[in-house]
Design a protein. Structure first.
Ligand SMILES: Cc1cc2nc3c(=O)[nH]c(=O)nc-3n(C[C@H](O)[C@H](O)[C@H](O)COP(=O)(O)OP(=O)(O)OC[C@H]3O[C@@H](n4cnc5c(N)ncnc54)[C@H](O)[C@@H]3O)c2cc1C
Length: 431
């Protein structure tokens, strides 16, 4: 297994198969810009790209390198739908106009990702062949019908699948109860996508500085000044795009989300015959479990899946064993196979499982909290943050700006959040 420690960058499969990163030298000295973006994941890079394309001077400060955070570590499934809610819930929560705007924003987010990939010729194994959600138990078909019909009623290319169709598309006898497919979804090589966004942003005029953690934000001479160890950027606006990797840069922001430590595993390449029988039309799937099972293949014929130990102690060997058991259940045709990579990353979970756009002070914005669905939503958030920073009215953007709400007893709740996995598993096993 490459990298026994799940934090080791080499443990992450995507670091072995992504296109190289563009040069992002550390900030050295003082710089000025219209907007300074902190964080170089999908949120920050999409913000930078959309700002630069609109003619703004933009500087990105990233602590490590483009895609270092969740953006370079995820399953790569591009999903234009909420984790928990359906479109009707959103209209109930936000009202007709704002709810419809948020539904359009989420519903169009996968198309935005694939349009950007095509426009900027990003090399990231992109497959826009639909995102699949099969029911893991017959009792989950009611929820699936609801979801599919509500998205279809709003014009989304969302189709209900019979048990036979689901079994054929997944290549798994385990998924025989039915499901739904959203034809605008698909999957990508996530680190390749992040690096491609960085390359496109640089080509549009953005300056991206890696190994440049922002250490302070202060007000000076009518501007915002963001400091790093070796320099500072003065700008009219600041965008915080640090999501699950948020530390103490802005008071209370870290306490507003649960940075949920999550694990992933990838097999060694499967033989061609076996690879053809697993997800035979190359879909990505995320099932209906709360302790999610998600699977997709990469171009090398590896299978990449979620892994959820309740305790991270001894994660590598525990995950190798549980992944083999899961594959045996879901794809018995695979037979004996090595789990070659196990890695980890942090997602930013909000209690309501909806993304948040904050206006922290005049000219300071943050976008975060995608709760595990951030490939499409963070890309859309970047476009929205760029529009807002360039003067779009707060009333016209989605998601609607909201105040920062800290979670009670955050320091206790956040480290214990993994224990919820046990509860989710118990619920997943009940009808
Ligand atoms: C294992 C895993 C699987 C997932 N699977 C999926 C999936 O299949 N589909 C999906 O839609 N979503 C998935 N997600 C979620 C998705 O990856 C995230 O929602 C998305 O990448 C968030 O992007 P982001 O740019 O907001 O944050 P991140 O990508 O986490 O970026 C934050 C960046 O901020 C930087 N940073 C932090 N502090 C500072 C500072 N002070 N100065 C400078 N830089 C700083 C970090 O280095 C980091 O690069 C998954 C996440 C994980 C971890």
């Amino acid at each position: 297994m490459s990298g026994q420690r799940t934090k080791d960058p080499a443990a992450n499969l995507w670091t072995h198969t992504a296109e190289p990163s563009p040069e992002t030298p550390p900030l050295d000295g003082d710089a000025t810009a219209d907007v300074v973006v902190v964080g170089g994941g999908f949120t920050g890079l999409s913000t930078a790209l959309h700002l630069a394309e609109r003619g703004a001077q933009v500087v990105v400060l990233e602590a490590e390198g483009p895609g270092f955070g969740a953006s370079g570590r995820n399953n790569g499934q591009v999903i234009p739908a909420y984790v928990r809610h359906n479109p009707d819930d959103i209209v109930r929560l936000f009202g007709e106009e704002r709810g419809a705007r948020l539904n359009d924003w989420v519903g169009g987010s996968a198309q935005l990702v694939f349009d950007l990939i095509r426009k900027h010729v990003i090399q990231c194994e992109a497959a826009q062949n639909g995102w699949l959600q099969p029911a893991h138990r017959p009792s989950r078909m009611g929820a699936i019908r609801n979801k599919q019909s509500q998205w279809a009623a709003r014009g989304a290319p969302a189709r209900l699948l019979s048990g036979e169709e689901t079994e054929a598309l997944t290549g798994s006898p385990y998924y025989r109860h039915g499901g739904w497919i959203h034809d605008e979804g698909g999957h990508i090589q996530p680190l390749g996508y992040a690096r491609g966004l960085a390359r496109a942003a640089i080509a549009a005029g953005a300056r991206i500085h890696g190994r440049s953690p922002a250490s302070a934000i202060e007000r000076a001479d009518g501007k915002w000044r963001v400091r790093t160890a070796k320099g500072a950027v003065s700008a009219d606006a600041v965008i915080l795009a640090t999501n699950g990797y948020t530390e103490t840069l802005w008071p209370r922001l870290r306490q507003s989300i649960v940075p949920f430590r999550t694990f992933h595993a990838a097999t060694a390449p499967m033989s061609d015959n076996v690879a053809r029988s697993v997800l035979p039309q190359n879909h990505g799937l995320s099932d209906t479990r709360q302790a999610l099972w998600a699977f997709r293949k990469d171009q090398g014929g590896r299978l990449i899946t979620t892994a959820a130990p309740i305790s991270p102690i001894g994660a590598v060997s525990k995950i190798a064993a549980t992944t083999k058991a899961r594959l045996e259940e879901a794809f018995p045709q695979i037979g004996e196979i090595d789990v070659a990579h196990v890695w980890e990353g942090y997602i930013a979970v909000t209690p309501e499982r909806l993304p948040r756009l904050h206006e922290l002070a005049g000219g300071v914005f943050a976008g975060m909290g995608y709760s595990g669905r951030g490939i499409a939503m963070a890309t859309a958030m970047g476009r929205t943050l760029a529009e807002r920073a360039m003067g779009a009215s707060a009333d016209a953007v989605a998601p609607p700006p909201s105040p920062v709400k800290t979670l009670p007893m955050h320091d206790v709740v956040a480290p214990l959040s993994r224990a919820m996995i046990g509860y989710y598993r118990w619920k997943d096993g009940r009808d």
